[in-house]
Design a protein around this ligand. Sequence first.
Ligand code: ADP
Ligand code: ZN
Length: 300
Amino acid sequence: MPLWGGIEAGGTKFVCAVADDQGSIQAESSFPTTSPEETLRQAIQFLKPHPFEALGIASFGPLDLDPKSPSYGHITSTPKPGWEDTDIVGAFADAFGIPVGFDTDVNGAALGEWRWGAAQGLEAFIYLTIGTGIGGGMVINGEPLHGLMHPEMGHMLIPHDHERDPFPGNCPFHGDCLEGLASGPAIQARWGQPAETLPDDHPAWALEADYLAAGLVNFICALSPQRILMGGGVMQQGQLFPMIQERVLKLLGGYIQAPALLAKIDDYIVPPGLGKRAGVLGAVALAQAAHRTAAIEKGN
Ligand code: ADP
Ligand code: ZN
């Protein structure tokens, strides 16, 4: 059975894995994200002994995903020190000489969920992560949505009642975009303690559910997803799911009459099926896709 390499390139850590066609992981390693030189060398060193057919990279961004662009395969304007304009695809293509699939961390995770997780069989769905940042990816008929660049769902603007919530938001670009109001660091900055230390009945969670529900309603109206998967550290707070579900229905106001949404909201807004493995298995799914694309191109 062929093997596939996957790299979940996060701003905090890199996770590398080798997996088979069923997404069963045969070898795995993770290490902190330091300088590009050191981190990419560590990834290459781990992967080198394994006979995989293609590699997938699901990376923090922003990224250049346009194959016609001279900077295709680069991490572009990231604020992460040392990583601006890093040719991440080039580094691995040079080291291994095999097809390399490349996409955002969330598009990758979404693809992994479509192959093996909670989005199997769906034509159009969204995967969101609520963690250090907020990111979202959409997969349509098995293809991650790119368009102009790639979606930046976390930077959507949503209503902000400054009287109820005087916190100005902490997005360096927009202040009070969705990420600026509802990411893990935003919760910590607003309440003065890490999100994971706030009790279940703290008012932080009602506010959090309001912001996330506002974002979800906009995604539902704009993109018509058949399901929304919500992962990331903040969604470890399981009590958020019913709160968000209830608010989404309320905000939609009965306008969208889809049975999958109205009758089964707890099957519509759900945690990822692959849990913490979504990211790295997403990268593995990107490797498989790159292999198929390369085979088609060869055939032509
Ligand atoms: P990253 O986004 O860096 O990949 P995570 O998805 O784990 O990593 O997100 C980290 C953020 O999630 C931090 O801001 C942290 O405070 C928050 N977080 C982690 N665990 C929990 C938890 N159990 N409850 C609430 N927030 C959490
Ligand atoms: Zn923003």
